[in-house]
Design a protein around this ligand. Structure first.
Ligand SMILES: [Fe+2]
Length: 131
């Protein structure tokens, strides 16, 4: 069941990300590669930057807007990565099953992005109304 609000969205998206990682492992194995757990430098930078700035925000409503904006940036990054991977998969003739997993992940990233974009205006209004 889909949880409501920003916290619910973030919880759901974390779970979805775990499933994406498992599917990516299958794609690696489909091309004869062993998956590893290397972290993405851009993703790490985003996470570090978010942690630093979030710690300096004492206003809960402003923090919610900031968390939503960061989550949107993260989903944009993931979506762009899947688009590139799908282009590469097409170029090397990756089999349909593995391509299907990449497409499924890409489509879920796109839905996640839309969900977060849907949360942001409500959070911004809540911040503005309080001021
Ligand atoms: Fe995602």
């Amino acid at each position: 069941m889909r949880a409501e609000g920003l916290a619910g969205a973030v919880r759901d998206l974390r779970e979805e990300t775990r499933e994406h990682a498992l599917q990516l492992e299958q794609v690696f194995r489909a091309v004869g590669a062993e998956p590893s757990s290397n972290l993405s430098p851009p993703a790490e930078t985003l996470a570090d930057h978010h942690e630093q700035l979030a710690g300096a925000i004492s206003d809960d409503r402003l923090a919610d807007v900031f968390h939503a904006a960061t989550a949107i940036a993260t989903e944009h990054h993931a979506l762009a990565a899947y688009e590139s991977l799908l282009g590469l998969a097409d170029a090397v003739g990756l089999d349909g099953g593995a391509c299907g997993l990449l497409e499924r992940n890409r489509d879920e990233e796109a839905r996640a992005l839309e969900r977060l974009r849907g949360e942001l205006p409500r959070l911004v209004r809540a911040l503005a109304e309080r001021s």
